[in-house]
Design a protein around this ligand. Structure first.
Ligand SMILES: [Zn+2]
Length: 278
């Protein structure tokens, strides 16, 4: 059995690169076909043998889930374990070779940097299966250049797993970004929020011109995501992989209010050359 993502890729390709404002690829071999409103992985909506509806029922097994939250159960942990039993049985029946193949290795083609927010579970919102996406999540999807955790994930994904796409995904309704917009002292987390406050300070004029506080936070979500895309693009391992094998980096924003992802246009970073270490 082909891995579902491989199957879809063979048929449709996952070839869109990061684009600049003119729709031109800015990172190597991308075809520049990106669109500001294009949904993630058009291949999923185009079919192949694993249809979106099949994937949805396979991933979440709604018939087994019912409508009752496990957290209304007398023993919620037991209820979660029961759900897992149902899910693993269902996936094993639907994709009999999946778990045996995952037991020996993983070959994800995507590295996902996202927010820890419970409403943005990447495997669910991308309609993927175990083994298809390598993940790092933290508050407000920040990738500071001195964060050993995210840097280790990035190096492993790029050098060892040889992922083909890196996605940085911010989301509207992000509590971390909202907190960075406030003037309140919040304790330890202020150290982390400095990453977003730095982005805010760089775009203060634009942000303060937005009167609606909610719209201002939404704009900062987008600006923060673009800043983190640039942070990825400044990584020397990433620069090598873009040049040598056409790695692509994408900026996405997810709307928790409707479940939809859209691609962000990330302007070319003309200072990028100084990070290109020989
Ligand atoms: Zn968030």
């Amino acid at each position: 059995m082909l891995h579902p993502l491989q199957h879809r890729q063979q048929k449709n390709g996952l070839t869109n690169g990061l684009t600049n404002g003119n729709g031109k690829s800015i990172n190597g071999n991308g075809n520049g076909a990106g669109s500001e409103s294009a949904p993630v992985m058009e291949a999923q909506t185009n079919g192949a043998s694993t249809s979106p509806s099949n994937r949805t029922s396979g991933a979440s097994t709604p018939s087994k889930r019912g409508t009752k939250s496990p957290f209304t159960h007398e023993d919620p942990i037991e209820a979660l374990l029961t759900r897992n039993e149902h899910w693993s049985s269902h996936i094993s029946q639907k994709y009999p070779e999946l778990f045996p193949s995952l037991a020996s290795t993983q070959k994800p083609q995507i590295l996902w940097f996202g927010c820890s927010d419970s409403r943005v579970p990447e495997t669910t919102i991308l309609n993927l299966l175990p083994g298809e996406v390598f993940v790092h999540r933290n508050i407000a999807n920040c990738l500071p250049p001195n964060d050993l955790s995210s840097l280790s994930v990035l190096q492993y994904a790029v050098e060892v797993l040889q992922v083909k796409h890196i996605i940085v995904c911010g989301h509207y309704g992000c509590g971390g970004v909202a907190a960075a917009c406030s003037q309140k002292k919040l304790g330890l987390i202020d150290v982390w929020l400095k990453n977003i406050r730095d982005v805010r300070s760089r775009h203060l004029k634009e942000l303060e011109a937005i009167e609606d506080p909610e719209q201002r936070i939404r704009r900062l979500v987008e600006l923060n995501t673009k800043a983190q895309v640039h942070s990825v693009l400044h990584n020397s391992n990433v620069i090598d992989a873009i040049r040598e094998r056409g790695l692509k980096v994408h900026g996405f924003v997810y709307d928790v209010a409707n479940g939809k992802i859209r691609r962000l246009e990330v302007p070319d970073d003309h200072a990028m050359g100084v990070f290109d270490l020989k």
